[in-house]
Ligand binder design. Structure first.
Ligand code: DQA
Length: 140
């Protein structure tokens, strides 16, 4: 079973950026924990600050992987192109957010990708990713 965790813009700064919202752990550190916890599956991680690179990655894995756990960061609220990429591939995508975006500014309440994702997990900090992976494993 192959799952990709895909992180969008500014998520390379987890552990450094706005710690009161996003916590103090780096994603690299959390990913090591996930790899240990889910050693029975092939778990990959890719991050980019560039919309086109995220689209390329979705195209690359989207016809062979079993699932994508995707935190599109701020592109969630702006990107028709990412929504189209998700629609174009076969692999199901779960939208995740560390913060509960619905508790925050109004511009974060709109997601262009939610309508084309299997489901949405938001507000559980890093655990949002774990919950997404668990869903794909349970429904395989
Ligand atoms: C985020 C929420 C987005 O609104 C924000 O732009 C991010 C992170 C989250 O994980 O809570 O970069 O996706």
């Amino acid at each position: 079973m192959k799952i990709l965790i895909l992180n969008g813009p500014n998520l390379n700064l987890l552990g450094v950026r706005e710690k009161s919202i996003y916590g103090s752990q780096s994603f690299e550190d959390y990913f090591k924990q996930l790899k240990a916890e889910f050693e029975a599956i092939e778990l990959e991680y890719y991050q980019s600050n560039h919309e086109g690179a995220l689209i390329d990655k979705i195209h690359e894995v989207g016809f062979s992987y079993d699932g994508i756990v995707f935190n599109a960061g701020a592109y969630t609220h702006t990107s028709v192109a990412l929504a189209d990429a998700i629609s174009a591939v076969n692999t199901p995508v779960i939208e995740v957010h560390l913060s509960n975006v619905h508790k925050r500014e109004a511009f974060r309440h709109k997601s262009f990708i939610s309508p084309v994702c299997k489901g949405v997990i938001a507000g559980f900090g890093m655990d949002s990713y774990r919950l997404g992976i668990q869903h794909f494993i349970q429904t395989k």
